[in-house]
Structures are given as C-alpha cells and as structure tokens.
Design a protein around this ligand. Structure first.
Ligand SMILES: [Fe+2]
Ligand SMILES: [Fe+2]
Length: 241
C-alpha cells in the first residue's frame, strides 16, 4: 500500500449534481487515490469539463497513473484524449474489444494500452473484473479495502446485480460499497425492489448510485438503505479507512 492512511474516491464528472460549484454534464468519472497507483475510472464525456472539475478539487492530471475505461461509450471515454494531451505517461486499461483505431490513437498520444479480457490485478488493492458479458460488455473496478470490497461501475450495462455476483465469485469477501452508474432509469418499482433485495442477498453494505442510476432507483435505495445510502454525484468524496 502507499503511505496514505485511507483510500479516497472523488467523483470528478457526473450528470448527478452534488457540489454546486462544479459543472455537471452527462457522463461519469471518479478518481481513486491512496493505493500504490492513482486510478482515474472513466473520463466523462468531455475533456475540458473533466480537467476543470479536477482542478477545482486539487487533482492534477499528472497524478494519474492508470486510466480505467469501463466501456466504449462517449460519456465514459470522451475526456480521454484531452487528458492525454496534458499527461500521457500513463496506462489505459480497456476491454480488449475496443476499436483498434481508439487503441492506436491512445498509443500515438504516448500512453500505453492494457487490453483486458479476464479478472486481473491492476496494483495492490485494485482489480478489474475482466470483461463481463451482456448486451453491452463492460469491465468494473474492484478495490480491496480494510472495510471490504468496493465495486465501481460505469453504466452497469451487463446489469448491476450480475456485476456484483461476478465480483463475489471472483473475490469471496464482503462488498462494502457499490458506487457509480447502476443503469436503472425507467425501471418499474417492482423491478427496483427486486434489485434492492438482490443487493441485500449479496450482502452489499453501502450504496452510492449516480450517473445513469435513475431517480426512482436512487429513491428506492435511499428508503431501504437509510444511513447506508450515500448521496452521491459530482464532487462527492468518500474516504475509506
Ligand atoms: Fe453506457
Ligand atoms: Fe453512461
């Protein structure tokens, strides 16, 4: 581990507002500090906004060691090339099926590309789930913290419950926190309640849905999880000790 006494997650790009001084736009991105390497999970839809939000929160592009791209949608990859213009000495971990042109453009900007297929360690305390199958394939990020596992999802297109079950099979430890886009906008109450029940069965302790999770689902989780529902959105910082 690094010398940091805690792991800190900071949401630097989100359409879901939290800190009013920051600029919301559709998309998602989160910085993970406190491990051996600083990870940027997804890059939002737009580079200027990403970097200006990071600057507001005192995070310099040069601090990033690894960019982790969950899936090939613009609201998660759109900020990458602007970031690489400021700082390209980093690794981009992406699902192996990404378009060769995108991989080439990353390499031509000076960064290295790590093509992910299966569950794999990124650094001490951080893992990719590997590519999870679904109507849109995606990788999620797992952090192994003293409190339990933290699972960060981009859009959760392969379905959030399937992702969390996959994580449980990969690392048989308790899931402390699920954070990110759960992709439940427009779901019926009944479906949302079933999903929340699945979260309880899997043993997910805390939840911090934002991005594409949807108001109905956020409301449902808030009601069921009470103090373990973490109001999330752009500018939210979560420290894990
Ligand atoms: Fe997506
Ligand atoms: Fe998305």
């Amino acid at each position: 581990m690094s010398d940091s006494p805690f792991i800190e997650l900071t949401i630097v790009f989100d359409n879901q507002p939290f800190s009013p001084e920051l600029q919301t736009k559709w998309g998602f991105s989160c910085v993970i500090k406190g491990l051996d390497r600083t990870i940027l999970f997804d890059t939002g839809s737009q580079g200027e906004t990403l970097l200006s939000n990071m600057a507001h929160m005192n995070i310099r592009p040069q601090e990033i060691d690894v960019v982790f791209l969950s899936h090939d949608h613009k609201d998660h990859t759109g900020g990458l090339s602007h970031l690489l213009k400021k700082h390209s000495q980093l690794e981009v971990w992406l699902p192996e099926f990404f378009h060769p042109q995108l991989k080439e453009s990353i390499r031509s900007q000076g960064a290295s590309v790590v093509e992910v297929e299966n569950f794999r360690k990124i650094c001490r305390g951080a893992f990719t789930t590997g590519v999870i199958q679904g109507w849109i394939k995606e990788q999620s990020l797992i952090l192994d913290t003293p409190q339990g596992l933290v699972v960060i999802t981009g859009c959760a297109h392969p379905r959030i419950v399937r992702i969390l079950s996959t994580v449980k099979n990969l690392i048989p430890k308790d899931i402390y926190l699920a954070l990110g886009g759960f992709h439940l906008a427009g779901f019926e109450d009944k479906e949302i309640n079933d999903i929340i029940e699945n979260f309880r069965n899997i043993g997910v302790k805390k939840v911090a849905p934002s991005h594409c999770s949807g108001e109905e689902a956020r409301g449902g989780f808030s009601q069921e999880y009470k103090n373990d529902f973490i109001p999330s959105g752009l500018g939210k910082r979560i420290k894990i000790q």
